[in-house]
Ligand binder design. Structure first.
Ligand code: ZN
Length: 154
């Protein structure tokens, strides 16, 4: 268990120090901003969707290590996926970080994203880890952000 934890921590630190897909997409088809006021994390997610599949995804922003690593790993896991696949992944990730994960289920599907399983022990960090995903969903669905959500668009 401790080995697993070290490995997870290493993955998160690596993505924090060298965030992947950290740039704007000038011809993005979808874009959304997110803000986690509890921690000060801010993100803009850029999406290029082609035939219902994600052709490109990138982000910009600033925030804590958990937020940055989550955004970086999220962008890595999305390319080539359909809206439905992303919705499933979002649910699996959300369940993982909030501790609602079903027995033996979603970790396999999540791959490297399972590194965020430790986040559930730190309720304040759950919002940091899920901000990029909420913002992604906002970009994808083009829906107004619901009140009571962690994201504010000020
Ligand atoms: Zn944060």
């Amino acid at each position: 268990m401790n080995d697993m934890r070290d490995l997870y921590q290493e993955i998160i630190l690596d993505h924090y120090k060298k965030p992947r897909n950290f740039h704007p997409i000038t011809d993005a088809s979808k874009k959304a901003d997110g803000h986690n006021p509890l921690c000060g994390d801010r993100v803009t997610v850029y999406l290029k969707v082609d035939n219902d599949r994600v052709a490109d995804v990138a982000f910009q922003g600033s925030g804590c290590a958990i937020f940055t690593a989550s955004a970086s790993m999220m962008t890595e896991s999305l390319k080539g996926k359909t809206k439905d696949e992303i919705r499933t992944l979002f649910e699996a990730f959300h369940n993982l970080v909030t501790g609602k994960e079903n027995e033996g289920g979603s970790s396999d599907r999540l791959g490297k994203l399972a590194a965020f399983s430790g986040v559930r022990e730190f309720p304040v960090r759950v919002k940091c880890a899920s901000l990029p995903w909420h913002t992604l969903r906002a970009a994808l669905e083009g829906q107004p952000i619901q009140s009571g959500d962690v994201i504010s668009t000020e």
